[in-house]
Design a protein around this ligand. Structure first.
Ligand SMILES: *Cc1c(COP(=O)(O)O)cnc(C)c1O
Length: 485
């Protein structure tokens, strides 16, 4: 392993000097409680600039991102993020304004937000949007609170349950649970679709709503969506659309037309803004008109030829995020949508679907494809029985892919597929890139049959090899000095 920054310390060297203060001289130390003052100087490494730069550049080479290559992480839509988005969000009129500035001084930013809200309405067939939520999961929380507020407002307080299909993303049941609902699982049928009989049996006067992803996490479009919506609405429930998979239908079909009452999108998936590593995201929530009074406040309104924030929202669920959400992420997604235009959005969707189906068909000989028919933006395959007899599972395939220079697909998810590998190429991969990925996957399948230990002991070419992933997640040791607990 490389040395730590602290171990590269060159006493007396320096990469940074504070400028002279331009505020009146003021001896803070005299005013502060002596007990709060540091007695010994802070132990910071001293390095020349060139060494500090090389240190962090070397570390960055160990990471893998969409700028390095294909990143087929199913359900996460790791498409390329065009650099023009970064240019736009750094324009001083967007980057250097303060959220507390009077509205009349930031009309440009507010009009961008208003236009973004209306574009999102158009794409989803919804009537109003909030840009506040900072992630898909927070969008879910916002949307489910709106659904709860709606039932409560009508005095319909006996609705304590939320229906969630067994193929759902883990955030769906987690959200429903955190809001205080009891989660009721709805089974999938043999085709990977919501089982309509099971749905009808579980839909009753205690159900607040259904949370659904369409296409679902198997990459399959819920063909019975109109019937699903009818069953839920007839029982007095509302439909929540987890729009994290919107890339599969944007420009082609609209959740609002399918009967969904509340939706969230992930700007950081579908609309090409950066994600991963817990960075800022954006999960706007859209509603049908009858739910508009419940949106988080403040709400952007048109006033005196300009835009203003309306705080007078008695039915609002309140605030979900400081100020108005992650504004710079919204600017990036706005730029993406403007660059593509209506036709481009539709084409991106069509190519995402084409790319997924191309891979599905080419990988069919080497892997088992769960639900092998036309898919949307992603599909799920598994290791074959012969591979498993050699001790090779989905995780091993993922680890071996690292040696071939790929970020692995989503693994062991959805839970209803054994040894699942969920592959989402996105529209931004060329045919040459897709073909190279197929070659790597086929080589690994061959290795699994001929030299399985090459796969089960992978990765071989990375800085570290296998880690205990459960322990790493539950008991992370993030400081190098710290010894293991
Ligand atoms: C990514 C994803 C989410 C959660 O979005 P975050 O921004 O990570 O909170 C929810 N549902 C589905 C289907 C997803 O793929």
């Amino acid at each position: 392993m490389d040395k730590l920054l602290f171990e590269k310390d060159v006493p007396g060297s320096n990469a940074f000097t504070l400028g002279l203060s331009d505020v009146p001289a003021h001896d803070c130390a005299q005013e502060m409680d002596a007990a709060l003052l540091r007695q010994t100087p802070l132990d910071l490494p001293e390095l020349p600039e060139v060494e500090a730069v090389r240190h962090f550049t070397a570390l960055s080479h160990r990471a893998y991102g969409v700028d390095d290559g294909m990143y087929p992480l199913g359900s996460c839509t790791m498409k390329y993020n065009p650099k023009i988005n970064e240019w736009a969000c750094r324009l001083p009129g967007f980057a250097q304004i303060h959220p507390d500035q009077p509205a009349q001084t930031v009309q440009g930013a507010l009009s961008l937000m208003a236009e973004m809200e209306s574009m999102l309405c158009e794409i989803g067939g919804m009537d109003a949007f909030t840009l506040q939520p900072a992630a898909g999961a927070q969008g879910e929380m916002t949307g489910m609170r709106i659904i709860k507020a709606y039932h409560d407002h009508r005095g319909d307080t006996g609705r304590t349950k939320v229906l969630v299909p067994d193929s759902a993303h883990g955030t769906n049941p987690a959200t429903a649970h955190v809001i205080g609902f009891d989660v009721v699982e709805v089974k999938s049928d043999a085709d990977g679709m919501v089982d309509l009989h099971d749905l009808a049996a579980k839909m009753d006067a205690q159900v607040a709503g259904l949370m659904l992803t369409n296409p679902n996490t198997l990459g399959l479009f819920e063909q019975n969506i109109m019937e699903i919506a009818r069953i839920v609405h007839q029982g007095g429930g509302l439909l929540y659309y987890d729009g994290a998979n919107l890339n599969a239908i944007m420009g082609m079909a609209r959740p609002g037309d399918m009967g969904f009452d509340v939706v969230h999108y992930n700007l950081h998936k579908t609309f090409a803004t950066p994600h991963g590593g817990g960075g800022p995201g954006s999960g706007p929530v859209g509603v049908k008109a009858f739910l508009e009074p419940f949106l988080p406040k403040p709400v952007l309104t048109k006033a005196d030829g300009g835009y203003a924030w309306d705080w007078n929202r008695p039915l609002s669920i309140g605030k979900m995020h400081a100020f108005y959400g992650n504004f710079s992420v919204v600017v990036r997604a706005y730029t993406y949508l403007k660059a593509l235009g209506a036709t481009g959005v539709r084409q991106a969707c069509q190519l995402a679907v084409l790319n997924a189906n191309y891979l599905r068909v080419l990988l069919r000989d080497a892997y088992d494809i769960a639900y092998d028919r036309i898919c949307k933006h992603e599909f799920v395959c598994s290791t074959t029985r012969a591979m498993e007899e050699n001790g090779v599972g989905a995780t091993d395939v993922c680890k071996r892919l690292l040696d071939y220079g790929y970020h692995p697909p989503t693994v062991h998810f959805p839970l209803i597929v054994h040894q699942a590998l969920m592959i989402e190429p996105t529209e931004t991969e060329s045919k040459a890139r897709l073909d190279a990925f197929v070659r790597a996957m086929k080589t690994i399948a061959q290795e699994s049959l001929q030299t399985p230990e090459q796969v089960t002991t992978a990765p071989h070419d990375t800085v570290i090899t296998r880690v205990d992933e459960v322990r790493a997640a539950r008991n992370p040791v993030v400081a190098a000095q710290q010894t293991e607990a």
